[in-house]
Design a protein around this ligand. Structure first.
Ligand code: ADP
Ligand code: MG
Length: 641
């Protein structure tokens, strides 16, 4: 800890400089949000003070009338925002107003494109916070003193929002923070009472604390009185409702209020897609307000990224990012939970083992799943945009939340052979409603991409019979399917695994014919086994192929090709699984193969085997051997011709 009191000039962290630059340019059309960000910070600071004062009343210093004050000076072109919240120490100022604490900031910034519209959306999800002051101000001063510290331990911070800031120790009698914005010449219109009032109303009506402004003189008649009053302290009045939004009855809340409140708690500035506001009384007593954002945050895949709800107990803010109230696969949900069932001195550790929290968690999980189901039913298009953004996270659900897996499965969307693009738009209910007479399984194939999937020879018989197959091409799909055994009482079947049994879809005649063909092919199967020996588990006649000569099938309980590829890429050593080699005796090449002998039979066998590997999206063990055999055959062919 520094004990410096002298004036220092310090450089901003490189990321801050970059963010300042980008923000000023890309948020130009959205500049009024600076006020929401600063009021939001003031409100957070008041929340923190109230929380810390629970165990240390002295922090109030005799003043527990918590509020935000907004003043302006038209002539000087300044706006001043003060709060009597927690304040900051000198070290805290250096960290909070000189760096960005979020992990992954550098990666995030480098993902920006320079396209103003695109970037402004991204920066919105990132949350610009305090630095947004520099959209409208060319100089910002911050005076602050941490609650509990001495008046002489106040801090003054100043910056022009370029490369650096200065910091010095000053005396500040009142605890909390005062921010003075020196408006840019072209933004001076913000130093206007009517404008500021309407912005506070618009953006900060339902934060928990009053935002006060000097009382306006209503008419000329009061002018005289006003003059007298000028001698005494000016009178302030609250310009916002100052009741925490979630405590109001639903029918008193406008959509706009819900949206603005979301921006305050989520540090996002796009509108949310969806929200659910509920009060529960009885065995448990709590209110929840849950939101689904429109866009995935930049750090959705960062395991350390903060997640969870804002926790209030009896209306008192307790902590941000209380992650115990929702499962990991719903980590994109933002919101507030306010309960009377926990004691005010609760800690993260206690939350982890608390029965009431566990009950709330399962109720809130259902709440989110229900709200998503409702969206899917009411507005398929909007639901699709949600799925495109967060579907992959939801796919973690069945593994994490066994009890709700059927509900989650209903929310899933996949690609299928029923469509001709790679969009994930088919629900399992859609699929089931289209199942063929006698079909008792849900068929799927996993592949590296949609186009690789639909070209797989494994699909041939399904095409011929007109049976739909789900084409799963997300990296996590094979893993997901290992946790989803059935849907609506129907088992899932990976069509590249195990023996294929189309059940009732095939009639007796077809089955009989298959048996005959198998019997006839027996001598050939034995000869193939002789050649492929240790490389295969089994050689058999296929039921899958109609156009291709051969394919490889993975054992019913073995790891699939996609999963194997991902694990190997991650450096995992895996035991070898021998595939089953299936041949199509009706195919001219296979018929020809049956007539061959000796070296030529062996070469042709290996070529067919390797081709089956390739068609299944696998790599060859001996590519050079394949090429030389194929060339030999080609040469013989041209010699013969
Ligand atoms: P965020 O609010 O997302 O944390 P900001 O950029 O808005 O990010 O603010 C950065 C940090 O500066 C806050 O987390 C807080 O610690 C501190 N801060 C900002 N404004 C105030 C304030 N009025 N009182 C106390 N601390 C503040
Ligand atoms: Mg903030």
């Amino acid at each position: 800890m520094t004990t410096a009191t002298e004036k220092q000039t310090l450089g901003f962290q490189a990321e801050v400089k970059q963010l300042l630059h980008l923000m000023i340019h890309s948020l130009y059309s959205n500049k009024e949000i600076f006020l929401r960000e600063l009021v939001s910070n003031a409100s957070d600071a008041l929340d923190k003070l109230r929380f810390q004062a629970l165990s240390k009343e002295d922090l109030y210093e005799g003043d527990n009338d918590l509020k935000v004050r907004l003043e302006f000076d038209e002539k000087a072109q300044t706006i001043t925002l003060s709060d009597n919240g927690i304040g900051m120490s000198r070290d805290e100022v250096v960290t909070n107003l000189g760096t960005i604490a979020k992990s992954g900031t550098a990666e995030f910034l480098s993902s920006l494109t320079g396209d103003q519209k695109q970037d402004s959306r991204l920066i919105g999800q990132f949350g610009v916070g305090f630095y947004s002051a520099f959209i409208v101000a060319d100089k910002v001063e911050v005076y602050t003193r941490r609650a509990g510290m001495k008046p002489e331990e106040g801090v003054r911070w100043e910056s022009r929002g370029e490369g650096d800031f200065s910091i010095e120790t000053v005396t500040k009698e009142e605890r909390g923070t005062r921010i003075v914005l020196h408006l840019k010449e072209e933004e001076k219109e913000f130093a206007n009472g009517w404008r500021l009032r309407s912005l506070v109303k618009k953006y900060s009506d339902h934060i928990s604390f009053p935002v006060e402004m000097i009382k306006e003189n209503m008419d000329v008649g009061e002018e005289e009185e006003g003059k007298e009053k000028a001698e005494s302290a000016p009178e302030f009045e609250s310009v916002n409702e100052a009741t925490a939004l979630w405590t109001l009855p639903r029918n008193e809340i406008k959509d706009e209020d819900y949206k603005e409140f979301y921006k305050h708690i989520a540090h996002d500035f796009s509108d949310p897609v969806l929200w659910a506001h509920n009060r529960v009384e009885g065995k448990l007593d709590y209110t929840s307000l849950l939101y689904v954002p429109a866009k995935a945050p930049y750090d959705l895949w960062n395991r350390e990224a903060p997640r969870g709800l804002k926790l209030y107990i009896q209306r008192v803010f307790i902590m941000d990012d209380a992650e115990q109230f929702l499962p990991l696969y719903l980590r994109f949900v933002k919101g507030v939970v306010d309960t009377n069932d926990l004691s005010l001195n609760v800690s993260r550790e206690i939350l982890q083992n608390d029965k009431a929290v566990e009950s709330m968690r399962s109720a809130l999980t259902k709440r989110v799943l229900d709200m998503l189901s409702k969206l899917a039913a009411d507005d398929a298009e909007k639901y699709q945009t949600f799925w495109d953004e967060f579907g992959r996270v939801l796919k973690e659900g069945p593994a994490e939340d066994f009890a709700n897996r059927e509900k989650i499965a209903k929310l899933m969307r996949f690609s299928s052979t029923h469509q001709d693009d790679d969009k994930q738009t088919q629900s399992l209910e859609d699929y089931v409603s289209r199942m063929k007479q006698g079909q008792d399984k849900i068929y799927y194939i996993t592949a590296e991409s949609y186009s690789a999937g639909v070209k797989s020879p494994h699909l041939e018989i399904f095409r011929k019979k007109g049976i739909e197959v789900l084409v799963m091409h997300d990296r996590i799909d094979e893993w997901l399917m290992s946790h989803l055994n059935e849907f609506d009482g129907k088992h899932f079947q990976d069509i590249a695994k195990g023996e294929l049994d189309l059940g009732e879809v095939e009639d007796k005649e077809e089955k009989q014919k298959q048996e005959e063909v198998s019997k006839e092919a027996e001598p050939l199967l034995n000869r193939l086994k002789e050649v492929l020996k240790d490389h295969v588990e089994e050689v058999r006649v296929t039921h899958r192929l109609t156009d291709s000569p051969a394919c490889l099938v993975v054992g019913a309980y073995d790891m699939g090709v996609q999963m194997r590829r991902i694990m190997e890429a991650a450096g995992q050593a895996l035991p070898e699984n021998k595939p089953t080699f299936e041949i199509n005796p009706e195919h001219p090449l296979v018929k020809k193969l049956g007539e061959e002998q000796g070296a030529r039979f062996e070469d042709l066998t290996w070529v067919l085997f390797d081709q089956a590997r390739l068609a299944g999206g696998e790599n060859l063990k001996d590519p050079a051997g394949y090429v030389s055999r194929l060339n030999k055959l080609l040469l013989e062919l041209s010699n013969a011709g």
